[in-house]
Design a protein around this ligand. Structure first.
Ligand SMILES: Nc1ncnc2c1ncn2[C@@H]1O[C@H](COP(=O)(O)OP(=O)(O)OP(=O)(O)O)[C@@H](O)[C@H]1O
Length: 328
């Protein structure tokens, strides 16, 4: 069942131009000039119930603007969107109670004096969560996000990772059906990043929530999203499985080999050397030659370890956005 349908969604910001100099500034008070910034241009996609979709693109691609439209913060300039049967920017209460827009740059929006427990109770009131649902949902979230020891702590004294975990609990207390996650792991350390990823995976499988997620960390995307939508300069470039994107973009794989001695083996004969250290090397090999190359290496010298992997998603993204298109 489709939860989100977006058709030709477009957003153009109208930005006042402030000329330099006092005279020109004064004149602009009476005769304003504007420039127009095309942030999102005619993008269309459909997302089904329970899907976790990575919404990716370089800086300024239009990701946050799209999420703001879909969560009802911004009115589109043109095009249509329906989420859970609602037009987001009409901001109907019944819609807002079913979605959450969570931003890594602003993990909690309650006054810093409140404790985490107060923040949860505040959210309960705001979203009319029944006592029964509060007890059940809060207990589950506190457990999944390991929040017990944070409940009596003031929000202002939390670390960034603790704020993100607490912010997620507040945003999910009313069990939203659709989550818009904008850079949920922004600025977090490795432990906090892993905790958030693990939680999101668990939460999405447990509740069947539909998630649209932006992140500059490709590991987030690889861990959570089977499908990705790519945009660049406001336009949609790709919508499909992550694995199909690899197939379309990378006719090669990476081969990591560790060894003690290679008996003078010439790597350049079999592939491009990506990285090399004393006793290990990474090669880029065309996919159709992987078996032959592996056999040749194994029969030429003693190998400690040999690993065949897809190239890093970061490299694939860089390739797409520098070339401006996707090979089909
Ligand atoms: N309030 C605004 N007024 C004018 N222009 C804006 C406004 N917000 C965003 N823009 C512009 O719209 C374009 C898309 O911005 P947006 O923040 O949606 O991109 P993004 O993909 O989320 O980028 P990032 O990855 O850097 O967060 C950019 O050119 C940006 O400068």
């Amino acid at each position: 069942m489709s939860v989100m349908t977006v058709k030709n969604l477009t957003m153009t910001y109208k930005v006042p131009v402030r000329p330099a100099g006092l005279k020109a500034s004064l004149q602009s008070l009476f005769k304003r000039q504007y420039r127009y910034v095309k942030a999102v241009e005619h993008i269309s996609f459909t997302i089904g119930e329970g899907e976790v979709v990575g919404f990716l693109g370089p800086n300024g691609a239009g990701k946050t603007t799209t999420l703001k439209m879909l969560s009802g913060i911004l009115h589109s300039s043109d095009g249509e969107a329906k989420v859970l049967g609602h037009i987001p920017w009409l901001r109907e209460i019944s819609y807002l109670k079913q979605i959450a827009f969570i931003r890594g740059s602003r993990p909690m929006s309650v006054p810093g004096e409140l404790t985490v427990k107060d923040a949860l109770l505040f959210q309960k009131k705001l979203y009319d969560v029944t006592d029964f649902d509060y007890r059940r949902n809060a207990a589950e979230l506190v457990d999944m996000l390991d929040l017990e020891s944070l409940l009596p702590r003031q929000v202002r004294a939390l670390s960034l990772g603790e704020k993100m975990r607490s912010g997620l609990a507040c945003s999910l207390l009313y069990r939203p059906k659709v989550l818009f996650l904008d850079e949920p792991t922004l600025g977090l350390d490795v432990t906090a990043v892993n905790a958030i990823r693990k939680f999101l995976k668990l939460y999405s499988s447990h509740t069947r929530a539909t998630i649209l997620l932006t992140s500059h960390y490709m590991a987030d995307v690889e861990a959570l999203c089977g499908r990705i939508i790519l945009i660049n300069k406001g336009e949609l470039h790709y919508d499909g499985r992550l694995s199909a994107l690899y197939d379309a973009m990378t006719p090669y794989k990476h081969l990591h080999i560790s060894f003690t001695d290679t008996n003078g083996f010439l790597w350049e004969d079999i592939g491009d050397v990506i990285h090399s250290e004393d006793h290990s090397i990474t090669l880029r090999i065309p996919k159709e030659r992987i078996t032959a190359v592996t056999n040749r290496i194994l029969s030429s010298f003693s190998v400690h370890d040999l690993l065949v992997v897809e190239p890093p998603l970061e490299d694939v993204m860089e390739q797409i956005f520098s070339e401006g298109s996707i090979h089909k």
